[in-house]
Design a protein around this ligand. Structure first.
Ligand code: IN0
Length: 384
């Protein structure tokens, strides 16, 4: 490995732990392009995120970032000392060197998405992130996550691993990003509130509180849970698209790369659903053992459909019957089940195997299955 490559994979492991391994498992053709796409977006994000940088300095960088990635030797030292990925930007010249070695087709896709995302971020940085309607919420998530899906799909089709249809179905690529982003936004309520970042749309929280901050007041607990479940319901609306997108992906390494974050998201959403800890604790995460189990199982569409059915049932069982979205959530879970039985009939057999593994520890790694059971017991007792 050359010095440049060592450097970029060092940056990758520094910025993301489990996702770094998923990128490194990609086929050789896509590994570097996707690693650099990830690092470039992370760099852009690190500028956007830093509230210690004045807007008149920040906005030109967001808008120019798609040109900066072609400027040999460029780096950025204006981040505050506490910014998590500060070092990535301090050594960004190494990312640029590697980017300039990519095939021009990948460079163009990355630069194009970086431009669109930078413009979107500049817009929200200027106007303030003011998410009024559900349509505004979808638009914001499109800029920060849906565009990532569009870029990845273009790469999959450009290299010939996937059909041109994957890049054409922008609606489905967008939904892939929206499901991940909306799950994070529901989970990170408290952390974002602390940092004064308000992503929940007023069209949703306005039904349950006069001010978003009021949701954390103990006297509003019941309303807060109804609001949270409404956010979960909103995120779930993308699941059918996610399954349809994944069913188009034929290359094994692309499939795992796409499917792993999605199964982690449905597991996270199930943990978040009707969980008051979202309002009292930061860093609500699925167990390590559950992550290991999901990464091992998310290998083909039948098993992934089974995983979605597994979590849709768990999630549905966690809804409070007095919740205003009890029936809506039930209908969506039923539709997920129906789509899976219809389009991925082998998911029924896989689901039986997963259930047997979780309960009896009879399949796969007994250790991982035991951890899943421990996780399930821990969370069922929390909500009993
Ligand atoms: C991602 C996405 C991602 C992967 C695969 C296919 C995708 C298709 C459409 C959109 C996004 C897709 O996955 C990562 C996953 C990740 O980073 N997980 C974290 C876990 C965590 O809790 O943060 C980890 O450290 O393991 C993702 O979340 N995003 C992302 C960013 C760049 C790329 Cl190239 C792919 C971020 C986001 C905002 C959801 C798009």
């Amino acid at each position: 490995m050359t010095i440049t490559k060592e450097k970029i994979y060092h940056h990758l492991t520094m910025t993301s732990r489990s996702f770094a391994a998923v990128i490194q498992d990609l086929d050789e053709e896509l590994k570097d392009p996707i690693c650099l796409f990830y690092l470039i977006l992370r760099g852009l994000d690190t500028i956007e995120d830093d509230m210690s940088i004045d807007l008149d300095i920040k906005i030109p960088y967001l808008k120019k970032f798609h040109e900066i990635i072609y400027q040999k030797g460029w780096n950025f030292t204006k981040n505050g000392p506490n910014e998590k990925d500060r070092q990535l930007l301090v050594e960004f010249d190494t990312v640029i060197d590697a980017f300039l070695c990519l095939k021009p087709a990948y460079q163009t896709i990355i630069a194009d998405i970086t431009k669109q995302m930078g413009d979107g971020m500049a817009h929200y940085a200027t106007a303030g992130i003011n998410v009024e309607t559900n349509a505004d919420y979808d638009e914001y998530c499109h800029y920060v996550a849906g565009l990532v899906g569009l870029g990845l799909s273009e790469m999959f089709s450009a290299c010939g691993f996937e059909s041109p249809m994957v890049a054409k179905r922008k609606d489905l690529s967008n939904s892939m990003g929206l499901f991940l982003q909306k799950t994070n936004i529901a989970r990170d309520f408290l952390e974002d509130l602390r940092d004064k970042r308000f992503f929940w749309p007023k069209e949703i929280w306005g039904r349950y509180a006069d001010r978003m901050e009021d949701l954390i007041k103990p006297e509003n607990q019941a309303k807060a849970l109804h609001c949270l479940d409404h956010m979960v319901f909103n995120a779930m609306s993308h699941i059918k698209d996610v399954l349809e997108y994944l069913s188009m992906i034929k290359n094994q390494s692309c499939f795992k790369f796409c499917a792993i974050p999605q199964v982690m998201a449905i597991a996270t959403l199930t943990l978040v659903h009707n969980n008051y800890k979202i309002y009292t604790h930061e860093n609500i995460k699925i167990r390590k053992g559950e992550t290991v189990w999901l990464m091992k199982e998310a290998v083909d569409i039948d098993t992934v459909a089974a995983i979605f059915r597994y979590y849709a049932r768990l999630l549905n069982n966690k809804t409070n019957p007095l919740d205003p979205h009890f029936i809506d959530i039930g209908v969506l879970c039923g539709e997920i089940e129906q789509v899976c039985v219809e389009r991925y009939p082998n998911s029924t057999e896989q689901l039986a195997r997963l259930n047997a593994g979780v309960l009896g520890g009879s399949t796969g790694s007994t250790l991982a299955a035991a951890a899943v059971v421990a996780g399930a017991v821990a969370f069922s007792s929390t909500f009993a």
